[in-house]
Ligand binder design. Sequence first.
Ligand code: HEC
Length: 128
Amino acid sequence: MKKVLLTLSTLATFAMADTKATINDTMASMEKGMNTIQKGFLYNQKATILEGTDIILEANSIFSKVDVQSFTHGSKATQVISNINGNITNNVKELKKMVNANKFADASKQYGKVMNDCVACHTVIRKW
Ligand code: HEC
């Protein structure tokens, strides 16, 4: 029993130390996703835009695995952040639909909404 508890607490410590690295890796993917989508628009490459949306959806799924409180330190921002996080998923899915329907002008406006979701969360976290 003692051994199990020890293992559990070691895991918890690891998880905390890892959160910062995980968030940074995730955000690097988010940035890569946004850049990929933009490139797709600029080079008229539908597949590239879709590739970017999938990178973001994959990266964004982290917020269902990691405890948001680990980087908000239990502030009131926690709820706001999880809302924004849900918005990103919906807005990216919507963007994907528009691209699949070849509505590129609408899709590029939608891209602005996704960017706004990124900025909204960072504003709360960094008190910008
Ligand atoms: C739910 C909240 C949330 C959302 C949404 C979010 N981020 Fe972040 N972002 C963070 C946190 C937390 C950090 C790291 C903490 C800090 O910088 O103070 C961060 C940091 C970053 C950084 C800087 C990383 C570094 O090494 O300093 C980049 C780049 C970034 N995010 C890109 C994005 C992009 C692109 C999107 C949208 C597709 C996005 N983020 C959406 C929470 C979020």
